[in-house]
Design a binder for this molecule. Sequence first.
Ligand SMILES: Cc1cc2nc3c(=O)[nH]c(=O)nc-3n(C[C@H](O)[C@H](O)[C@H](O)COP(=O)(O)OP(=O)(O)OC[C@H]3O[C@@H](n4cnc5c(N)ncnc54)[C@H](O)[C@@H]3O)c2cc1C
Length: 540
Amino acid sequence: MTTTTKPNAIRLSDDVLLSKLADVEQDAETSHSLEDDDNFIFTDVCIAGSGPIAATYASTIIAEHPTAKVLMVEIGSQDSLVAGEHHKNTIKFQKDIDSFVHVIKAALQPISVPPSDSYIPTLGGDAWAPKVNETLITEGHNPHQNPKTNLRASAVTRTVGGMATHWTCSCPVPDAEERKENPIENLDDLLDEAKTLLNVHSDQYDCSIRHTVVKEALLKAYPNRGITNLPLAVERRKDNPDYVTWTGTHRILEKALESDRFTLLTETRFTRLVLHQQKPGEISAAKIRDLRNNRDKYVLAKAFIVACGAVVDSIPHDPRFAERAEEHKKKYPNDPIPIPFNDPEPQIMIPYTKDFPWHVQVHRDAFSYGDIGPKADSRVIVDLRFFGKQDIVESNQVHFGQPPPTPADGWKPAVTDIYGMPQPTFEVVRYDGDAERDQRMMRDMTDVANVLGSFLPGSAPQFMEPGLALHITGTTRIGVDPKTSVADPNSKVHGIKNLWVGGNGCIPDSTACNPTRTSIAIALKGARSVVNSLPVDDTN
Ligand SMILES: Cc1cc2nc3c(=O)[nH]c(=O)nc-3n(C[C@H](O)[C@H](O)[C@H](O)COP(=O)(O)OP(=O)(O)OC[C@H]3O[C@@H](n4cnc5c(N)ncnc54)[C@H](O)[C@@H]3O)c2cc1C
């Protein structure tokens, strides 16, 4: 990997930079004269974002193209020694999973924030307060957002590695019903490849007493629901099996990081794409801003990729556990629970089926909610997470900017977020089909929970805030018909020669299962189409 730190004294206005860019577009010769101009960066491929999908593009292109140079632009900073490492790999969090909840909470920044409630009834009369009909709009709030149609809990993580620096690593394969609209023919092969890239295993918790006991209880109650181990991007450490290594973006990015054809710019905003003025349907450059000094530059590339996104009494007598339980009892005679402290948590899946169209995880993991605090011993707690789906409805949408009262009025520009990027406005409603499925899912969750035990006070079954699953799909869906999709089956944007999109937004289906493995499968195909579009530089 290389990093560029050329000092440059001259800061030109955007108009001057754009006019230089226009010269380059007109005359290929000029581009040579710009190569020493520090306001322009030349590369073959420019990728926005550094999450697992951007990393899939970078590594595949570096591995499968002999000469292509790849520049990755990430708005967040590098928060770990190894770029994109999973934060849960530290011993600290493996010993105390509940404290990881705070890491996740800190990592998530909401994306559409309605104006805050600016009325404080108890505020002293002397203090400044907005007038009766004034709304307080602070930077980063979106006055166009209707709170009722918002995905309030949807959030982004701005750091090298994206959300895969904290994700739960659940990697199920979508059911046939969850891939009806997917136009990729060899999706199964690509999902297998994504499995290898993510280092997915299903047997790393078989050694756990808790896992075995919970799984057996569920299998007994529901012998026909395909209850199985949860496929996870994780591997138990060989040097110390008390700990595991979760797959973070670092693993996917490995091949790129080893190459001197790869450059990562951190704390740099990918601001916008510039359309080629001479060649319609082609992107000529990307405008980027170094947030440390607010300096703008233009990246000239042959291909652009936008991938910045969008959860026990018989144990001592069971011969399989008796020895470990006995040993634990000897060490801690006063502990009433016959489970060693280092016994790994359960990791079980009840898969999506036609009759039960939701994805279920039974485990004990951190999320932005649900820390159990000192109320109970973590060894006797399991989390039940049920992931429902949402029917595909065209009016459920996200837009940037304020819609015009009539089409002739034109859109008003979007309010910006704290990073100066346009803020999305969601219009998402759950319709009758969704509501009916949600209620069936809730009943199922309660039944399954009762097989295992009773609810921890304060943890009764509940619907979480819309968007909390962080699985927004379909915003840049792939498909063959440009009327109903943004990009083709190769993730190349319809009507544009050199622009690809990546991320969960590309998934065209209504899905319940976790999306990352599917998005990586889609990105692998996209990356190969970028590789095929690039010439080989044989000048060296
Ligand atoms: C608590 C939690 C648990 C999860 N569990 C699972 C799970 O078990 N299974 C699963 O499949 N998924 C899970 N996910 C979701 C999973 O992490 C995402 O699906 C995945 O990270 C999406 O990858 P991505 O590369 O598309 O986007 P992201 O990981 O969101 O990365 C996008 C990157 O783009 C950067 N960026 C944004 N805007 C700009 C800009 N203008 N310029 C430059 N850079 C920009 C961001 O800083 C970020 O680094 C979980 C997520 C969280 C937070």
